[in-house]
Design a protein around this ligand. Structure first.
Ligand code: HAM
Length: 425
């Protein structure tokens, strides 16, 4: 073993596990396609002020979890992206996508970076899949993104999830609520530590996401945002709930759900799994109508989206036994050589097969025929193709089906014909 280890909070995804990732990714691409979402890719780092502006300076993410650096001594500060929404909105505005069409439906699978304390389901480099529906955030749009998320879970066979939902109202609703919340929390301020007192001062909503059990106890009896919604915000939220009912999506209204990022308004939601333990949030999202304005857009750009943690998704699937049947499909052909002097001839065959689109591998380790056969079976090759002195002269090769053990002798062009034939359906 090498003295070098992966950095704390990061992990390798070795070939066996990659199968599970590709299975999940395939379903995500499929479902996103079914709903008409197009993939977007943005840079892994952005200027730091993008995240300060959008996620909010007093959030945990911006306050203590960002990997920030200055590539040039006097240059602008840069941050490894801790989430995708800000970068996607920046790309949408910078690319002038709104001019081409008022509504853009985007999705991504991307690596993100947060300087959190690593534990099961919480890493410093992790991956999310998510969607951002930019240009609409009506109850219909909100319901669509939630349906898409649930559709992915359904296709993956995941059950036992709890969808929690709440409305954060509009800016005025939150202003009124914050006054009441502050008033309620003020008497407890003496027991708060420095950062908590700062939050009370600058952004009391963030106290509602505190994980501290003592703070959670206090917060339980705090005024509820739902009681401060204007009638239009209430109507909007009722419509979302009605549409979810219509689509038989189960949910629980959680009056304390505010999410840990500042850009949300109106509907916000989270999906949790009891399979995850302490880090039970599998995904979350909501509306963020004010984000484009925060980033300097003169036009209002309503938007809604969500993101789901890929590592947590795979943990849940593993626990539910949903990854067991994923077996590697190996190459079509493994070339078994009688001895290494035949390498030149065998590699010519290998090339011809590959040029014809037949996936083919051969031995590089000068192993015995027996070891080559063992390797062919280990990597789940469909056929072994034998190359010995006699075969090299006659140009007729033994082809063994490793599933049925049937063996035939065929010239190369017949082998190619057989292996490239489109199966009859
Ligand atoms: P978020 O709640 O910060 O939302 O992250 C979404 C999901 O990412 C979490 O529920 C969790 O599964 C996963 N996650 C977050 N941090 C970690 C970590 N350190 N290790 C492993 N998984 C993690 C957002 O990021 C928003 N951008 C979602 C959104 C999209 N809202 C609107 N559009």
């Amino acid at each position: 073993m090498s003295q070098f280890r992966a950095v704390k909070g990061t992990r390798d995804i070795l070939p066996g596990e990659v199968l599970s990732w590709r299975h999940v990714e395939k379903i995500i691409h499929q479902v996103a396609g079914i709903y008409g979402y197009g993939e977007i890719r943005t840079p892994a780092f952005e200027y730091t002020d993008l995240f300060q502006r959008s996620i909010g300076a007093t959030t945990d993410i911006v306050g203590k979890e960002m990997f920030t650096f200055r590539p040039e001594e006097k240059g602008r500060s840069i941050t490894l992206r801790p989430e995708m929404t800000a970068g996607v909105m920046r790309a949408y505005l910078q690319g002038g996508l709104g001019a081409a069409s008022p509504v853009h439906k985007l999705y991504y699978i991307a690596d993100l970076f947060r300087k959190e304390r690593p534990q099961a389901g919480r890493q410093r480099q992790f991956s999310q899949f998510g969607v951002e529906l930019i240009g609409a955030s009506s109850p219909e749009a909100v319901t669509e993104v939630i349906s898409l998320m649930m559709h992915v879970f359904g296709e993956l066979g995941i059950s036992g999830l709890v969808l929690r939902i709440n409305s954060l109202g509009d800016r005025d609703d939150r202003m009124r609520y914050i006054v009441a919340l502050k008033e309620y929390l003020e008497p407890y301020a003496g027991s708060f530590d420095g950062p908590l007192r700062e939050r009370l001062e600058k952004n009391p909503l963030r106290i509602l996401d505190s994980k501290d059990p003592e703070v959670r106890k206090i917060v339980r009896d705090a005024p509820k945002l739902g009681d401060y919604l204007s009638s239009s915000a209430s109507d909007d939220f009722s419509k979302v709930l009605q549409y979810l009912d219509d689509r038989n999506v189960d949910y629980t209204i959680d009056p304390l759900l505010v999410r840990g990022l500042d850009y949300y308004c109106h509907t916000a939601f989270e999906v949790a799994s009891s399979e995850l333990g302490a880090q039970d949030a599998l995904g979350g999202g909501g509306r963020y109508d004010g984000l484009a304005g925060e980033l300097g857009s003169r036009q209002d750009v309503p938007a809604v989206g969500f993101a789901v943690g890929m590592e947590r998704l795979l943990i849940v699937m593993e626990k539910l036994g949903l990854l067991k049947d994923l077996s590697a499909s190996g190459p079509q052909v493994y070339i078994v050589m009688q001895d290494s002097d035949l390498f030149g001839h065998a590699s010519g065959i290998c090339d011809t097969l590959r040029q014809s689109g037949v996936s083919t591998v051969m031995d590089f380790a000068r192993r015995s025929m027996k070891s080559q056969m063992r390797e062919a079976n280990r990597i789940h090759a469909a056929y072994a193709l034998f190359v010995g002195e006699q075969e090299a002269q006659s140009k007729v090769y033994g082809l063994k089906n490793l599933g049925t053990s049937e063996q035939e002798s065929l010239p190369l062009k017949d082998i190619i014909g057989r292996l490239t034939a489109v199966p009859k359906t």
